[in-house]
Ligand binder design. Structure first.
Ligand SMILES: [Zn+2]
Length: 513
């Protein structure tokens, strides 16, 4: 069924307003969506359905910025006298709401928009931000979140997670508000341009090439990919009906020639565990830069060259499990997005789970993480449990939204350890059923830690609330079912081991023992 382009599905998933309470007194929408870690990220009072981006890149220079217009279709969830969009780019030309000019001011990283007429609860509205500008910056591996829109030797690209997309796109920049996307590029004639989803059209006239991409499944703003520059597309045809297309820096083509094609094996492997791949296309996007991370931009996973050229490790045990990790995110993190950023373990714990499982089955675990045996690896992570909880917070309670606090070892290894404990508790068959049911029930939606606990209990036919709550929220590591002999290191003796714990995204840092 995949690969079918149902454009009409996008054509406005606009149900008739179910409950237009025309007499609600209009009031301002909240300046944040209500995320403990990022109080002003996202906005209240509306629910975006679709983003239509029209992005002009005037020249082919890698430092070329965007001159863009974004048209947003949203539904008011309260009657609104004004509302915000997140934006921290360079400038805004003008804003209209339902075609009428609207007043706006910039307040920190919010555009505060006052429509000419109030917006009524339950009714759709269209806000258009015209001629906004944003520019890419040079990435710095020591400042992992410092360049959401970044320059590469060949062009530019994006890595918005967790809160960077609004530096280059006015948006409701929180994964709780997913939407479909049309992404249009207007670039110098012949310039390659790639985005999430499927290419609908490409045409060249009067010295400019125009592309239209469609991301038909709902996507969180943090997962957008805008890859414009001298990148090479490698079309690998269809794999069981799914189009596979990689995008690589020309300088890396030889290095990657025997590596990227393995992604079809990885898709088969993941589908065998959790069911059908959730999007219309998949591929890898590899830039000739050192970013210090890989990122699961939806349907087009982003890697820097360091994963493949030996910088982050010598062999297949470095890049192959990482490719599986990013692919696993298509189900865990992308199709099912976090309700708030404290739920990051739902993304990273699952992605790390399948990363280690794949590495273990393919003899790559020792190279990937330093320990060859799957069970011994979890015993080591278990032994660090109290240290992680003391310094990095409980698994589902990151101490802050700072990169070192959010993307610490805890959501990755601690999150995978929670899944190991759950599997020990309910058995492998039930665990697999929980995983499959999770990605089916919440496909295309945002879901919370509480949703996961509820679903696990339901599927397992046992009340797992106390069990999972202890694993996710307690400051002490619970006993491991089935391994009464496993012990937890005291916090004071090994504190130093965690001081180096600011683990870059998707990088492997685990003390060997
Ligand atoms: Zn990840």
């Amino acid at each position: 069924m995949r690969g079918l382009l149902l454009v009409s599905a996008v054509a406005l998933a606009l149900a008739a307003p179910a409950s237009a309470h025309a007499f609600d007194r209009p009031s301002p929408g909240a300046a944040g969506i209500g995320d403990r870690l990022y109080p002003t990220l996202g906005n209240g009072g509306y629910d975006v359905q679709h983003y239509d981006l029209d992005l002009r890149y005037a020249t082919s220079a890698p430092s070329q910025g965007i001159d863009g217009t974004v048209t947003i279709l949203a539904v008011a969830t309260q009657s609104l006298s004004r509302f915000d969009l997140d934006f921290a780019g360079d400038s805004v030309g003008k804003i209209t709401v339902n075609g009428l000019p609207a007043k706006f001011t910039q307040d920190g990283e919010d555009l505060v928009i006052t429509p000419k007429l109030p917006l009524l609860k339950g009714l759709p509205f269209i806000v258009q931000v015209s001629d906004y500008t944003a520019h890419p910056v040079v990435p710095d591996p020591n400042n992992l979140l410092g360049a959401p829109f970044f320059i590469t030797p060949d062009g530019s690209a994006t890595a918005g997670q967790p809160n960077g997309t609004h530096t280059f796109l006015p948006s409701n920049d929180h994964p709780r508000d997913k939407a479909t996307f049309t992404i249009r590029f207007d670039v110098p004639a012949g310039e390659p341009a790639f985005a999430n989803g499927t290419l609908l059209s490409k045409s060249t006239s009067r010295g400019r090439t125009h592309y239209i991409y469609l991301m038909r499944q709902p996507m969180a703003t943090e997962l957008i990919q805008l890859a414009v520059g001298n990148y090479t597309a490698i079309d690998r045809g269809r794999h069981n009906g799914l189009p596979i297309r990689d995008v690589v820096a020309p300088s890396l083509q030889t290095l990657l020639a025997d590596k990227l094609p393995l992604e079809t094996d990885h898709i088969d492997w993941m589908e065998n565990w959790v069911g059908d791949y959730p999007f219309d296309i998949y591929g890898s996007f590899v830039v000739d830069s050192l970013l210090g991370f890989a990122l699961e931009t939806q349907s087009i996973s982003l890697y820097d060259r360091g994963w493949f050229d030996g910088t982050y490790g010598p062999g297949a045990g470095t890049w192959e499990p990482t490719m599986v990790h990013e692919l696993a995110h298509m189900w865990f993190g992308d199709s099912v997005a976090p309700y708030e950023w404290s739920d990051l373990w739902l993304n990273e714990g699952h992605a790390t789970w399948y990363q280690f499982l794949f590495a273990s089955q393919n003899g790559e675990l020792e190279e990937n993480i330093g320990i060859a045996d799957f069970t011994e690896l979890y015993q080591v992570i278990y032994s660090l449990g109290d240290i992680y909880r003391a310094f990095l917070g409980p698994v589902a309670v990151p101490p802050s939204g700072e990169p070192a606090d959010l993307f610490s070892q805890q959501p990755y290894y601690g999150g995978a350890l929670v899944l190991y404990a759950l599997r020990q508790k309910v058995g492998d068959a039930t665990f697999q059923k929980i995983e499959r049911t999770w990605v089916q029930r919440y496909e295309g939606k945002s879901a919370s830690t509480a949703d996961f606990i509820d679903l696990a209990s339901q599927v397992a036919h046992q009340d797992l609330h106390a069990f999972l709550h202890a694993w996710l929220y307690d400051t002490k590591t619970p006993p491991m079912p089935g391994h009464p002999d496993w012990t937890v290191d005291p916090v004071d003796s090994a504190a130093a081991r965690v001081q180096s714990a600011a683990a870059p995204r998707e990088l492997r840092v685990l003390p060997k023992r």
